[in-house]
Design a protein around this ligand. Structure first.
Ligand code: PLP
Ligand code: COI
Length: 341
């Protein structure tokens, strides 16, 4: 299979239309067989539930080329189960988890020419999503749904590649207690658009959201969880019912413990204590592990170690170990790496 002629090392995080995408429709209480299609356009009625009431959720995962030339995905079963959680909370029908993984495999195989080569720093980003499709005008869930997965080759999420980020403590909230912060609903991201444009206009890379009930604890950013490293080398990450349970973060906790022998703590993290941490980073599928150089809290700058490479030593170790597992350089824990071909 011949790869597409792309300058893989210089692509950003953008949409590129690839050859085939997966689609399955839900009607009369059942999912159809699903298939791959060349058609990247969706046509729907003006009153479709997703357009009026935002009944939609999504996932994000990546396919990589490993050091020995295989194409793999990282823990797609966890994306399947998180999407099932999102669907249940959004009153959408669950797309069966085994079919989700199979659809991921089909989509990656069909777009194998778009999977960036090993060492390019790029990967094939997969975006599974579901939306309410039929016409709904009274506020209630749709009856018909579409599940899709498209693929797009991507480079680093933050402009300029791996470099220390500057975050600000946001005055806007992302998620309410007992709301939808813990699932991957499109509405959470709609909530964050005003704040991200404002942050960029003020020169920041991202917003750090606080818990909206007390505004005293660190939650996460608009598109990634947060990790901190203490001065004595412990990994600390916020625990909250209103943040997305990041697959990268859950994996990193295990990697830190089992591969690096680190102590790990998942607990509430007060805004007032973050100046005590030595290092900070963002973690997620798109963000991978991005070093944070500074968090600005209303004019007060909290700076973190960024070493000579732009990443603090411990964040770099975590980055090298996690990406080493994803790229086939280190032996993964059982079940973490799904080989596609
Ligand atoms: N938090 C938010 C709000 C996100 O959008 C994402 C991205 O999926 C993450 C965290 C990281 O989650 P994961 O590591 O599963 O990609
Ligand atoms: C991901 O990391 O997959 C996400 O969905 C985050 C998004 C901001 C691109």
């Amino acid at each position: 299979m011949e790869k597409k002629n792309i300058d893989w090392s210089n692509i950003g995080f953008g949409y590129v239309q690839t050859d085939l995408r997966y689609v399955s429709n839900y009607k009369n209480g059942a999912w159809d067989d699903g298939c791959l299609t060349e058609d990247a356009t969706i046509t729907m009625n003006e009153c479709a539930c997703v357009l009026q009431y935002a009944q939609t959720c999504f996932e994000g995962l990546k396919a990589y080329t490993t050091v020995d030339g295989r194409i793999v995905c990282f823990r797609p079963d966890l994306n399947a189960s998180r999407m099932a959680d999102s669907c249940r909370r959004m009153k959408m029908p669950v797309f069966p988890e085994d079919r989700f993984v199979d659809a991921v495999v089909q989509t990656v195989k069909a777009n194998a020419a778009w999977v960036p080569p090993y060492g390019s720093g790029a990967s094939l980003y997969l975006r599974p999503y579901m939306f309410g499709y039929d016409s709904i005008i009274g506020v209630k869930p749709a009856n018909e749904f579409q599940f899709r997965i498209f693929a797009t080759p991507v480079g680093p999420y933050f402009k300029g590649g791996v470099r220390p980020l500057t975050l600000r403590v946001s005055d806007y909230d992302r998620a309410a207690p007992r709301g939808t912060g813990h699932i991957k609903a499109g509405l959470n991201y709609a909530m964050s658009l005003y704040a991200i444009v404002d942050a960029h206009e003020q020169g920041y890379d991202e917003n750090v959201y606080l818990d909206s009930a007390t505004r005293t604890h660190i939650e996460e950013t608009g598109g990634a969880n947060i990790i901190f490293v203490t001065k004595d080398g412990k990994l600390v990450t916020p625990k909250s019912d209103t943040i997305l349970p990041s697959i990268t973060r859950r994996s990193l906790l295990q990697v830190a413990k089992d591969y690096l022998g680190m102590e790990v703590e998942e607990r509430e993290v007060a805004l007032s204590e973050i100046s005590d941490f030595a290092e900070c980073g963002l973690c997620g599928t798109a963000a991978v592990i991005s070093p944070v150089g500074k968090i600005v809290d209303h004019g007060k700058e909290i700076c973190f170690n960024i070493g000579e490479s732009g990443m603090g030593d411990t964040v770099k170790k975590l980055y090298d170990t996690l990406t080493g597992i994803q790229m086939g350089k280190l032996t993964p824990p059982a079940g973490w790496v799904k080989v596609i071909e």
